[in-house]
Ligand binder design. Structure first.
Ligand code: ATP
Length: 321
C-alpha cells in the first residue's frame, strides 16, 4: 500500500549534496501526492519533536548550497532504546509511515536500530564525505570534498615549489583513508598516509632527502587524520631530512562549499529513488551507486560490514608517486 506521509532527516556530519538529496526527496513526494515532513537537527529533532511539514518552496534555492537546510546534530539520546521509542512516537503521531535518512555509517546504524525496534520503514542514503559505507563506491559529498582538497593541494604546490619545501596536508578520515587516497592521487601527492596502511617515516625521510639532493623542488604528503597528526609527522620529517617542511591542516573547509555537478546529480537521482521506494513500501535499503549503477544495499548488511580501502588505489598511488 502506498504511504500517505513520509519524513526526511539529515544526520551526523554534514556533507555537500545533502541539500540536493533532501530537496529531491521532498519534491518527489509532493509530486506523488504524499505529505513530507522535515526533521530538524538530525535525530535530536526526532527525539525532541522538532518536525515540520515541508512544501516545494521549503527546498527552493538549495541545490547549490553545502551544509543541510534541515540542520544536523549528534544525538546521545537516540543511542538509547528509550530515545528511539520517543523518536518513533513523534513520527507516528503525525501519521508518518516511512523515513528517509541521509547520513553516514553511524546515522544508518541508528536507523537500522529504529527499524528493528519499532518497525518504522527506513530507506537510507549515504551522506558523508568519507566514502566509507559498505556495498557502494559513492557517498554524497565525497566528490566535492575531494575537489576542495585538490584545490588546496594545487595552491600549496605553488608555494612548496617556490621555496623547495615539503608540505604535509592533513585531511579528514579518522578511520578511513578513502578521502586522502582519492584526493592524494588526484593532487599528485608523493606520499599518502592512511590509517589502513603502515608507513615508515625513516624510509620516507631517506627517500625525500635523496629526491631533493637530486634536484626535486617540492613534495606533497597527504595525511588522513587517522594515520597520525600531520604536525607531529611534519616535525619528524623536518628533523630527519633537514628540509624546510610545512604543515597545512585543512579542517572543516573540507565539509563546506557548493556541491560539484557529480554530487548534485547523483544526490538528486538518489533522493528521487529513496522517496519512490519508501512511498511504495520498500524498507531497510540504502541506495547509492556502485560501478556507475544505482544499487540498493540491505541496510543491515551496509552497517554490519566494513568497507575496506581499494588496494588498487593504494598500488596506483605508489606507482605514480
Ligand atoms: P559522518 O560519517 O559524517 O561522521 P555519521 O552518520 O557516521 O556521519 P555519527 O556521529 O557516527 O555520524 O552518527 C550520527 C548520529 O547517529 C549519532 O549522533 C547518533 O544519534 C546516531 N548513531 C550513531 N551510531 C549509533 C548507534 N550505534 N546506535 C544508535 N544510534 C547511533
Amino acid at each position: 500500500m502506498l504511504k500517505k506521509a513520509i519524513a526526511v532527516v539529515t544526520s551526523g556530519g554534514d556533507s555537500p549534496g545533502m541539500n540536493a538529496a533532501a530537496r529531491a526527496v521532498v519534491r518527489t513526494a509532493i509530486y506523488e501526492g504524499v505529505d513530507v515532513y522535515g526533521i530538524h537537527n538530525g535525530y535530536s529533532g526526532m527525539v525532541h519533536d522538532d518536525i515540520e511539514k515541508l512544501t516545494t518552496r521549503s527546498v527552493s534555492d538549495l541545490i547549490q548550497r553545502g551544509g543541510t537546510f534541515l540542520g544536523t546534530a549528534r544525538s546521545k539520546s537516540f543511542m538509547t532504546p528509550e530515545g528511539r521509542k520517543t523518536a518513533f512516537e513523534n513520527l507516528r503521531k503525525r501519521g508518518i509511515e516511512g523515513l528517509v535518512i541521509i547520513g553516514g555509517d553511524g546515522s544508518l546504524t541508528g536507523g537500522s536500530l529504529l527499524s528493528k525496534e519499532t518497525g518504522m520503514p527506513i530507506v537510507g542514503l549515504p551522506g558523508t564525505i568519507d566514502n566509507d559505507v559498505w556495498g557502494m563506491d559513492y557517498t554524497i559529498g565525497c566528490d566535492t570534498a575531494c575537489n576542495t582538497i585538490v584545490d588546496a593541494i594545487n595552491k600549496l604546490r605553488d608555494t612548496a615549489s617556490a621555496h623547495r619545501r615539503i608540505i604535509l596536508v592533513e585531511v579528514m578520515g579518522r578511520h578511513s583513508g578513502w578521502l586522502a587516497m582519492m584526493s592524494g592521487i588526484a593532487g599528485g601527492a608523493e606520499y599518502i598516509l592512511v590509517p589502513e596502511v603502515a608507513y615508515d617515516l625513516e624510509e620516507i625521510s631517506c627517500e625525500l632527502k635523496e629526491m631533493y639532493e637530486a634536484g626535486k623542488r617540492y613534495s606533497i604528503i597527504v595525511v588522513a587524520e587517522g594515520a597520525g597528526s600531520a604536525v607531529e609527522i611534519g616535525k619528524i620529517i623536518r628533523e630527519k631530512t633537514e628540509i624546510d617542511t610545512r604543515v597545512s591542516v585543512l579542517g572543516h573547509i573540507q565539509r563546506g562549499g557548493s556541491p560539484t555537478v557529480e554530487d548534485r546529480i547523483k544526490a538528486s537521482m538518489l533522493g528521487e529513488k529513496a522517496a519512490l521506494a519508501i512511498i511504495s513500501g520498500v524498507s531497510d535499503v540504502v541506495y547509492s551507486f556502485n560501478e556507475g549503477q544505482v544499487v540498493g544495499v540491505n541496510l543491515f548488511e551496509a552497517v554490519n560490514n566494513t568497507k575496506t580501502l581499494d588496494p588498487e588505489l593504494v598500488r596506483l598511488s605508489r606507482v605514480l608517486a
